[in-house]
Write a protein that binds this ligand. Structure first.
Ligand SMILES: Nc1ncnc2c1ncn2[C@@H]1O[C@H](COP(=O)(O)OP(=O)(O)OP(=O)(O)O)[C@@H](O)[C@H]1O
Ligand SMILES: [Mg+2]
Length: 227
């Protein structure tokens, strides 16, 4: 399988006053198309920062990221946004649904903005797939955490992304609901061939993926292939 993500010698720092904090250093790895990949490590080790860089939400200080065949460092902000719209899905730990939109609108509106004429029917289909066909008109505040994450999942898969980045997708859910979300994630991965890159504290979840990247204090300490 060709590589869908190539990360080469990535480095990222932040300044705290005049003090430079190196958050990520010497980060190199790659992910094959349609594969499943997890990133684990202690709190503060740089997982979320790395995911944001990989997804083109942020820019590294040095190093390169090739996402879906395009080196993102060479793109303008608009070009990166376009690449994300077309190829990338993102799931956040805190769902990040728009509170003033219903479940249906949360999924349909991004599709409409991309000019999809079938946005509403496509959104309905996806919400039915994640078991929320009877919650279409609920606002996020009227949904449980697990239900909100399933809406986020439907939204993330709505543009049939080539690669999906998920940051602690079960972090705010109880074990049983978390398992359901994970099952959905892996089913959708199989069905649609979406590459999964998942940040998680949950070792059981990490072991369901084919590769585990371990970070510690911003460096890779292990890159294990399980399958
Ligand atoms: N915008 C920022 N400005 C300054 N420092 C930041 C910024 N974002 C992250 N950091 C720092 O970078 C380090 C890594 O943060 P990151 O969120 O990537 O960790 P993480 O591995 O995702 O942790 P957690 O498991 O707690 O979510 C932290 O020490 C954090 O304080
Ligand atoms: Mg994090």
């Amino acid at each position: 399988m060709p590589k869908i993500l190539n990360v080469n010698n990535l480095e990222k720092s932040y300044f705290s006053g005049s003090k430079k904090l190196t958050i990520l250093k010497n980060i190199s790895f790659s992910v094959e198309a349609k594969d499943t990949f997890s990133i684990v490590g202690p709190s503060g080790s740089g997982k979320t920062t790395l995911l944001g860089l990989c997804a083109g939400l942020d820019q590294p200080d040095s190093g390169t990221i090739e996402l879906c065949g395009t080196e993102t460092g060479h793109l303008t902000e608009d070009e990166r946004a376009l690449l994300r719209n077309q190829k990338v899905g993102f799931i956040f730990q805190d769902f990040q649904l728009l509170p003033s939109l219903t479940a249906l609108e949360n999924v349909a509106v991004p599709l409409e903005l991309q000019g999809n004429k079938m946005a509403v029917s496509k959104a309905k289909e996806l919400l039915e797939k994640v078991g929320l066909g009877d919650r279409l008109n609920h606002y996020p505040s009227q949904l449980s955490g697990g239900e909100q994450q399933r809406v986020a999942l439907a939204r993330a898969f709505s543009n049939s992304p080539a690669i999906l980045f998920a940051d602690e997708p079960t972090g705010n859910l109880d074990a049983e609901t978390g398992d359901k979300v994970i099952e959905l994630l892996f089913n959708l991965n199989k069905e649609l061939g979406t590459t999964l890159v998942i940040v998680t504290h949950d070792i059981e979840l990490a072991e369901k993926t084919n590769h585990i990247l371990k970070l510690k204090s911003g460096s890779i300490v292990e890159n294990i292939t399980l399958a």
